[in-house]
Design a protein. Structure first.
Lengths: 281, 626
């Protein structure tokens, strides 16, 4: 009986196929997060008498973050750029996705591939090219750091908005729209009362895919604002290069918090949507 | 059962195989030397016909082979790695992960490493670096050796025992006098302005300047500007003779190294004003941006300045030549050095000795010249080979003379491939008029030929010792007027400049060699801009030039440069200042826009929530009614 168990353990089972991922997850996702949390709640104390440093449990990183105006400023600047970028991306991406979802326009989904194609080129290279292009247009980071950064962000994250919206749009219930029209809704009413509610899951995931990376991105803002705008990601990097591991980790933890909140919202919306879908029938 | 893969049975085999492989390589009795350097900072072979890489030359050198044989090794292998920043190296050292015998770091980092007892002293067990002793230029070596790196229980530690100099340079303003973005400012005016750091704060140049996105460099810039009155004061006193050279340099270093809380806050005010005036803070793009004309001014390291100048002249890289100049601010600047230190990690006595041999090899003027030629940075080492290299690069006397069909005379520099027309028509016709020799000093206004292939070399017949007659191409020095150059006053922009670098080559030239101290250490070059302005009776120093000036500033320039030491205890203030400097509050328009958007989003959300709950209640009522 026992030997049978051992044998079973050593023979290849389907669930063993997950082992590579689990190893990867533990080493490169779970462990780093643990390290971040560890650094975020501890602090290094220098003991002059023995010329050594100790690590102690401390709320100092927390206090440092909320009492330092420069960190709060960075947080607001990042939130601002991320919000503006997300809005612009939605404004551009929504009509486009709606247009692309039309099977007559976008046969075999070739067009949508073209719109998503920029993602295949590394964004650092693309940003370098954008910098030259913007200088050519006369909008460079030296004179218009905010404008240049937002343009760069929109350029980089637009495909991330188009793709989820496109997926939702292709699943739009066409008969529902037709019914609304037949029952006398004007085009504005159709759009706001029918299409938008149906597209909510796509909008939420598009927002998430733009907002969070924009806040934490640092190459784009560094290159396009000529180092004049510091986003949350830049600041964490700055803290780490200055060896302020604890403060930097706490800021990374704040990012994690934002992600958690975002996940919560998206799940809530998803559920609401299901409920609504259930009640509307 | 057969079909089931017993993959675990293979694992031991793999282990066995891999351990076999490693034992194979360690079985070879090779002495390893582990070196880490900055990227592109040592000679590498580019073409199969060139000499081999510097480290390979070292491995194959007779001395090293003999050493390996004597100690019973089959050979020597250099493990050569590169790193990007001092800070990365330092954190690797701190975590004990870095196992290197030699590490190339900047001056302040060497100080920090030695203070933190992370380096071992050199010159133990009777090891020596004779080439460094003999050929390193005293002017920079003494400055390096005098840097104090106090350790916890031993305050009297100097870098002299721990560090060997490699390359050095200055920090200065690289600029393009005819940059179109200056709105038609006269290039002469730009050159005059750029001799002072105040130009970077001058609204005239708003949006055309980039400075380094690096804490130490930009802080240095801030200190130099903030305390400019004090720097001016001590310089005036030094010029007037009330301060000795020693006192001046000490005072200068004292002011330059201020980093207490009060000074840091004062510097922050200047830097905030600077941020408003600059185009941007660059990480590594400045040296390219100035060539592509995104910017007109860059606060740069001298080595990068040379790179930009060379690129700007290389017509394969740019469509139109960009002529850049470099100035070391007249009130003073930063003198930087990159040095080798030996980190504190396990190594055998043989490796310790081999590391000294490696440093000795790098300090050999022949090899140093090869490194300089490749990297464009200035070596610590002087000596005959370096002098010859610098003469070939910059001294007009080594330029060859060419003529075209109309007997127009040209000089040609093989290194820069520059052709310059010389207004000296009588030279070929034989009616040489000595009184017209002065005219040679003026460059001709005429169109310069596009290619050297259109010209004929001007040959003379020379007899060697054995009675054979050889044809030798005439050089500029054969025109026999250059000695008179030294007597000429400064001030005319069209004239060549005599630059005295005796201070650098002092005590390093071979007494039996070709070059004589004090005579051949004076260079005649057009790379120093002989621009100077007269303020009352005080004659200002030349502080602007091209490649030659970047690489070898004259003694007067070096005197007003100091090393920026490690901030030590005050590092936290500077770091805090830098973080504050980097972050900026939202501008007013953004706050307004942001609030409007937020209000809009909140409004929409409330509308939807209220709307849906209303709907639900209506729905409920309907069901109840039914």
């Amino acid at each position: 009986m026992k030997s049978n168990k051992v044998k079973r353990f050593f023979t290849l089972q389907r669930k063993y196929l997950c082992i590579p991922y689990i190893v990867f997850f533990i080493l490169f996702i779970f462990a780093p997060i643990l390290i971040i949390v560890f650094y975020a709640i501890t602090n290094e104390v220098y003991d002059a008498a023995t010329n050594t440093t100790h690590i102690v449990l401390s709320g100092q990183p927390f206090i440092n973050f909320f009492t330092d105006p420069s960190k709060i400023n960075v947080l607001f600047v990042s939130l601002f750029i991320a919000t503006i970028t997300t809005l612009i991306c939605l404004l551009i991406g929504f009509p486009l996705a709606f247009f692309l979802a039309d099977k007559q326009v976008n046969k075999n989904a070739v067009l949508v591939t073209l719109f998503v194609a920029p993602m295949w080129i590394n964004f650092v290279l693309r940003t370098g090219a954008t910098r030259d292009l913007l200088t050519w247009f006369g909008i460079n980071g030296g004179t218009h750091p905010y404008l240049a950064t937002i343009i760069g962000m929109v350029q980089n994250y637009l495909p991330f908005v188009i793709l989820p919206l496109y997926t939702t749009m292709t699943k739009l219930d066409k008969s529902q729209i037709e019914a609304a029209r037949d029952l006398g809704a004007n085009p504005t009413q159709v759009f706001f009362k029918n299409i938008i509610p149906q597209a909510v899951p796509g909008i939420v995931s598009a927002c998430l895919m733009t907002f969070m990376p924009t806040m934490s991105s640092y190459v784009i803002s560094d290159v396009l604002s000529e180092g004049k705008i510091t986003l949350f990601g830049n600041y964490i990097e700055l803290e780490f290069t200055n060896k302020a591991w604890n403060d930097g980790s706490f800021m990374a933890l704040i990012m994690l918090l934002f992600i958690a909140v975002a996940m919560f919202i998206s799940q809530k919306f998803g559920k609401d949507d299901e409920k609504e879908a259930g009640t509307s029938w | 059962m057969n079909k089931k893969l017993k993959w675990f049975a293979i694992a031991p085999l793999i282990f066995a195989a891999s351990s076999g492989l490693t034992s194979c390589s360690s079985g070879d009795n090779v002495l390893l030397l582990r070196v880490i350097n900055s990227e592109d900072y040592i000679y590498l072979q580019e073409d199969p016909s060139d000499p081999e890489d510097m480290v390979v030359q070292f491995e194959k050198s007779e001395e090293v082979q003999a050493f390996a044989k004597a100690k019973g090794y089959s050979g020597v292998k250099v493990i050569y790695d590169t790193s990007d920043t001092n800070e990365t190296l330092y954190s690797e050292l701190q975590t004990g992960k870095s196992l290197y015998d030699l590490m190339n770091v900047s001056d302040y980092m060497a100080q920090k490493i030695v203070s933190g007892k992370m380096a071992v002293p050199l010159y133990q067990n009777g090891c020596e670096i004779p080439n460094y002793e003999d050929y390193a230029s005293g002017s920079v070596k003494n400055t390096l050796d005098a840097i104090k790196a106090p350790q916890f229980e031993n305050p009297d530690v100097y870098l002299a025992d721990y560090a060997v100099g490699y390359m050095w340079g200055t920090l200065g303003i690289l600029f393009n006098p005819s940059y179109p973005g200056f709105n038609g400012l006269d290039p002469e005016e730009v050159i005059e302005d750029m001799q002072s750091l105040e130009a970077l704060w001058n609204p005239k140049y708003k949006g055309t300047i980039s400075v380094k996105n690096s804490m130490r460099d930009t802080y240095a810039l801030g200190v130099l500007y903030t305390y400019r009155d004090e720097f001016q004061d001590i310089q005036d006193k030094y010029n007037a003779g009330t301060l000795t050279l020693e006192e001046y340099r000490n005072k200068f270093a004292e002011i330059f190294n201020r980093c207490d809380e009060k000074s840091v806050n004062e510097v922050k005010v200047s830097l905030d004003a600077l941020k408003e005036n600059v185009f941007g803070l660059e990480v590594d793009s400045g040296k390219q941006d100035i060539i592509t004309k995104k910017i007109g001014v860059n606060f740069a390291w001298s080595g990068d300045a040379v790179y930009s100048m060379d690129q700007g002249e290389d017509l394969t890289q740019v469509s139109e030549e960009v002529e850049l100049y470099y100035s070391v601010p007249e009130l003073g600047s930063n003198l930087w050095m990159d040095v080798w230190v030996m980190p504190n990690c396990a190594r055998s006595d043989d490796q310790y000795e081999l590391a000294h041999m490696f440093l000795n090899f790098l300090s050999d003027p022949v090899n140093a010249a090869q490194n300089m030629n490749y990297t464009g940075y200035t070596s610590f080492v002087a000596g005959d080979s370096i002098l010859e290299l610098v003469r070939d690069w910059y001294d007009i006397r080594t330029e060859e003379i060419y003529v075209d069909e109309e007997f127009q005379v040209y000089s040609y520099n093989e290194v820069s491939e520059e052709i310059i027309a010389i207004d000296y028509p009588d030279f070929i016709s034989g009616t040489h008029d000595a009184s017209r020799d002065d005219e040679l000093l003026y460059y001709s206004e005429e169109e310069e030929p596009a290619s050297i292939d259109d010209l004929l070399p001007l040959m003379i017949e020379e007899e060697d010792g054995e009675g054979n007659i050889n044809e030798v191409q005439k050089k500029y020095s054969d025109l026999s007027i250059v000695d008179e150059l030294a007597a000429l006053p400064n001030g005319d922009p069209d004239k060549l400049e005599a630059v005295d670098l005796s201070y650098f080559f002092e005590n390093t030239l071979d007494p039996a060699g070709d070059y004589e101290q004090g005579v051949d250490t004076i260079f005649y070059s057009d790379c120093y801009l002989p621009y100077s302005h007269q303020e009352g009776d005080v004659h200002q120093n030349i502080s602007v030039g091209r490649q030659f000036f970047c690489q070898y500033p004259d003694e007067a320039t070096i005197v007003r440069c100091a090393v920026m030491r490690d901030y030590g205890e005050n590092n936290k203030y500077v770091m805090k200042m830098w973080e504050n400097f980097k972050s900026n509050p939202l501008p007013v328009w953004a706050i307004i826009l942001f609030s409007i958007i937020l209000a809009g989003i909140v409004g929409i959300v409330i509308y939807f929530v209220v709307n849906s709950s209303l709907k639900k209640s209506i729905h409920k009522k309907r069901i109840e009614n039914k």
